[in-house]
Design a protein around this ligand. Sequence first.
Ligand code: PGA
Length: 255
Amino acid sequence: MKIIEVKNYEEMSKRAADYVVEKVRSFPGITLGLATGGTPLGLYRHLIEDHRNNLTSYQNVTTFNLDEYAGCDETDPHSYRYFMNESLFNHIDINKANTFIPRGDGEDMEREAQEYEQLIASHGGIDLQILGIGSNGHIGFNEPGTSFQSQTHIVELTDSTREANARFFDRIEDVPLKAITMGIATIMRSKEILLLVSGPNKREAFSRLMHEEVNEQFPVSVLKNHPAVTVMIDQAAGCLDYTPGSGDLEYVPHD
Ligand code: PGA
């Protein structure tokens, strides 16, 4: 795991965008795994800016998003499909037919989950997965206790996740109780992972990532078992309590 410390959210977003653009330019047919939430918004803003200024093309790119709320169709402004269209897809030259997000409004969610898993496999898997981290250590909507063997599946959201996401809704009661998410095994099959960690409310989670053994009660810890993870973390989320030299971690401090 390579940990790159950056100054702040803006620098993290710009460096993450540079990282993604470089991949897309060197492999125009890349399959990207994408995330929603507040963290990747700056990254997407920079990708749009780069697309406008430098004409980086996404015509041959395929994307798979991590998750979607249950009961939200794509016209619902709270749906992750809506979020992705507004935050990225509408502003670059990607073919929407090549952008996949699990459907949260399907009649048979279990079947949808299985088909999503197969769809990822049929595209040869994900080359680069963008990830955020929940304050409870979730990745995607894989809450603490989720099996590391899990494939795309239906989950009940924890209170802490619903509280964290309530800022996108009028009332916490409106935050869906369930979601469909790539499983931890699905995420781990990505060839490469870029984890973005920003802000003081991620500080404790990052500290746990540094100090805890890999365990299912802290889902993000599984990334220590992945051979190609880059973490970009800003100073507010804190590298301060990290002691270089433990395990296979490579630490690149901010200069
Ligand atoms: P956030 O969410 O980017 O809105 O903080 C991250 C996550 O829950 O994975």
